[in-house]
Design a binder for this molecule. Sequence first.
Ligand SMILES: Cc1cc2nc3c(=O)[nH]c(=O)nc-3n(C[C@H](O)[C@H](O)[C@H](O)COP(=O)(O)OP(=O)(O)OC[C@H]3O[C@@H](n4cnc5c(N)ncnc54)[C@H](O)[C@@H]3O)c2cc1C
Length: 517
Amino acid sequence: MIDMRERQVLRHVVLPQALRVALPPMGNYAIALLKDTSVASLISAPELMLRARDLSSEYFMPMHDLFGRRHHVSLHGISPLVPCAPARATLRTDKRQWKGGSMIDKVDVVVIGSGALGASTAFHLVKAGRSVALVDKAAIASQTSPRAAGLSGQLRRSELMTRLASRAVAKIERFTEETGEPMVFFQPGSLKIARTPEHEKQVHEEVAFGKRLGLNVDLIAPEAARRLMPFLHTDGIRAVLHMRTDVYLEPVQVPLGYARASERLGARLLPETRVTKIVVENGAVTRVATDKGEIGATTVVDAAGGWLRLVASLAGSSVPVVPTRHQLMITVPLPEVTPDQPITRIIDANVYVRPDKGGLMLGGYEKDPVQYDMNRQPTAFRIENLELDIAVLRRLAESVHDQFPIFRDIAVQEHRGGLPTMTADGEYVLGPAPGVQGLYVIGGCCVGGLSTAPAFGEVLAEWIVMGRSPMDLSRMSPARFATGLPEASLLALCRDRYAHHYWSSATMPKHTAVASA
Ligand SMILES: Cc1cc2nc3c(=O)[nH]c(=O)nc-3n(C[C@H](O)[C@H](O)[C@H](O)COP(=O)(O)OP(=O)(O)OC[C@H]3O[C@@H](n4cnc5c(N)ncnc54)[C@H](O)[C@@H]3O)c2cc1C
């Protein structure tokens, strides 16, 4: 036991065997010495950042900052510690803003939502010299984004999306250089598995498409895939696509890194501040009303994630996206798991697998997802209140049993979920909101907004700063649904998109709702 009533200088920490087993060998860890509990525990650096709000920051020591010997930690379990560093892991939020009931009088841009997309937009705006307030009704970076799987998928349906998803990965690779914030990521690439004749054809077409765009992608034999991902059984596999530069990461790093970097460059972070109205005068945004006061701004970014549609409606604009529950689970640690095993996606089952926390993560897209109408949720609803259902994941695991028998009957160490938003055509929504000058929207990412946020936040910031789109983004225009889509058709189309997440347009069954749209 470590007595933390007094500040101490620790020379060594011997990790309990149980903790050592739980650590993937190349993890990046921090020691959190919890002042109140008198217990030293080892948690991952990103998790530490996520929990920093709740902990006494005085005793945080990012171990990778002190000595770059991460292997030493997990292999031998003995780590030298130096005197406690000053608080680093907490987010400062300026209390002066609440004086007299008013907060910030005026900024160039109010960004609503501090998830990956809002925080990235805020960072790129403030970097370009704009004054920014990043407002969130919850804690900073606390809602859907930190619950994501953290996978990149660079090979997309269109050239535009593929190029932007690749730009996002390039920005993740130099995240620390650009933002000054930590970014731990792994780049083992990804496998896409075809088990039906249609998906075999799809995989061949995607490889040809990727090569045309200069991506490092190839077809590989099922046995070669098994050598990369030893849990994969090859019976029934018809084709495997290998995309060599895909990455995975602990998701909270993206929104929290951008939020902290924005704040350092001068952005004002306003957590626990709910936007109640976007005031529009003569067709243009003039200010934002919150439950803590008003902020004047002629540019507002709606990056409200699951609440995107609701927030757009606060300005009288309509952006038809559908929040849809998405879940994943992580098994208990398995001795054969290593972080260099690739992300593996099974097309027909819409299931993904990757290493995480010493075990295997499995997530996927069920046929009958639960869709949400945020107008019907209480104002206080947060993602932590979302009802989860592990039976959905057990069924998805069963659907890939021939390839991943390991998931049958295995214990789970973590189960989480959130509310990404779907669109009727599977494209993002990014750009000016219809009917309201000065209101921009970023979202509708169809369960892909975490890994692409570095590029999409940058593009939207460029758009706002330059006053015009930096490239042809018309297929993502929030106004493309302006003619209106009956609600039932919208829900059906979004459900279909979700249920066939990895299917190409050619292999996706045509839903009857398309005809009625
Ligand atoms: C289990 C799971 C796995 C996923 N896996 C991946 C993946 O592998 N790769 C990937 O790229 N994506 C993945 N996603 C999707 C990804 O998480 C989302 O696309 C992304 O996080 C969306 O970010 P966001 O900033 O729009 O939303 P959020 O992170 O939800 O942020 C929106 C913020 O807006 C705030 N807000 C809402 N209303 C208001 C208001 N009125 N006033 C002030 N603030 C408000 C909210 O409090 C919230 O913090 C996954 C999602 C889940 C749930």
